[in-house]
Design a binder for this molecule. Structure first.
Ligand code: NAP
Length: 342
């Protein structure tokens, strides 16, 4: 890396934290900054996103390489903790390419004064749409209908065949009402649903716009026909849907999870489905991805998707561009656009 006095040796790797010189200097040509980016993002990024950066692409199976990299852009499937940070003594920013950041040891990053960013907002609509895909697929028994057609045994229209749950006048319970939870709730008004939400703080505008009511988790589980999870994975939320909380849900209710897999105890969920206590489960995320608990895989009335909440071309390009915009801001000494820490 260069410096304005031209004496590279004066900048020692152990000098961290130190302010980063601007990418473009009045007196010297641009200096490319060494950055690590998940290889899977290569096709989503434009040359403009990567300008002035000296990119090393990280393959999924490859551990974080050692080096003088100043930024890392990981996917949510890569853990970035103390060991990884030790290999990257010059690191300024972990620009996670996801809204969730439970794959990053934020405390370890904070101790080393490494900024952590995520990619919220740009994926809210895509993830809310996918949540509704799961709600509707569960409520209207979509997979059973498809299986019946494909089996070749469908005998024609029948008045009591594949009766599902009418959503109008039913209750949607949102566990977490941040960006995605609220977007899911706003869509519910079009389906004529009553909305309850459980959150640490009241959402006045959301309540005013949708008529949603804030309740504790217990009453929400008891009164909701559809329960949809939208809290991050934290020590407090992990395992919040377990045998006790599942037992408190309305008989026949639908559980949808597009947040993080470890919010749910998957074996307990599989049992509730096997015993017919729960109407259906629509899941996009799993506790040990890409593995899926075998009992859950075999359980009846599930709609299981492969973590595609944000998977539209537009959204994935916006997520990658936002992650790189955060890198650029921090390297230019600006505040990051979407900081988790720093
Ligand atoms: P957000 O705007 O930060 O909303 C999260 C909400 O959860 C906030 O309202 C928050 O605070 C609440 N919350 C946090 N900790 C809580 C706790 N311990 N107990 C109860 N509520 C708590 O995040 P978002 O953009 O809506 O995203 C939510 C999650 O969705 C992300 O963390 C990510 O894991 C997941 N996600 C998944 C996909 C996918 O591909 N399936 C895509 C995007 C995001 P308050 O309670 O104060 O309101």
């Amino acid at each position: 890396m260069g410096s304005e006095n031209g004496d590279d040796d004066q900048i020692a790797a152990s000098d961290l934290p130190r302010p980063c010189p601007p990418i473009r200097s009045r007196y010297f040509p641009p200096v490319p900054y060494p950055v690590l980016i998940a290889a899977e993002l290569r096709d989503l990024l434009t040359p403009a996103d990567l300008a002035d950066l000296d990119v090393t692409w990280m393959a999924a199976e490859e551990p974080v390489p050692q080096g003088d990299f100043v930024a890392i852009v990981p996917l949510l499937s890569r853990w970035v903790g103390g060991t990884e940070l030790k290999r990257l003594p010059n690191l300024r920013i972990i620009a996670n390419c996801a809204a969730g950041y439970n794959n990053v040891d934020v405390v370890a990053a904070e101790m080393r004064k490494v900024t952590v960013t995520n990619t919220p907002d740009v994926l809210t609509d895509a993830t809310a749409d996918l949540t509704w895909t799961l709600i509707l697929a569960c409520a209207r028994r979509l997979l059973e209908g498809i299986a019946l057609i494909r089996s070749g045994t469908w005998a024609g229209w029948h008045p009591t065949e594949l009766l599902g749950l009418e959503l109008r006048d039913k209750t949607l319970g949102l566990v977490g009402a941040g960006r995605i939870g609220q977007a899911v709730g706003r869509r519910a008004t079009g389906f004529g649903m009553r909305i309850l939400y459980a959150a640490r703080s009241a959402k006045a505008e959301f309540e005013r716009d949708t008529g949603a009511g804030r309740v504790e988790l217990g009453p929400l589980l008891k009164d909701s026909d559809v329960v949809s999870l939208h809290v991050p994975s934290t020590p407090e939320t992990k395992g919040m849907i377990n045998s006790d909380t599942l037992a408190r849900m309305k008989p026949g209710a639908i559980l949808v999870n597009t947040a993080r897999g470890d919010l749910v105890r998957e074996e307990a969920l599989a049992m509730a489905l096997e015993e017919g206590r729960l109407g259906a489960a629509g899941l996009d995320v799993y506790a040990d991805e890409p593995a899926i608990h075998p009992r859950l895989l075999a359980a009846p009335r599930t709609v299981l998707l492969p973590h595609i909440g944000s998977a539209t071309g537009d959204t994935r390009r916006r997520m990658a561009a936002l992650a790189l915009a955060n890198v650029r801001a921090v390297l230019q000494g600006q505040p990051p656009l979407t900081a988790v820490f720093g």
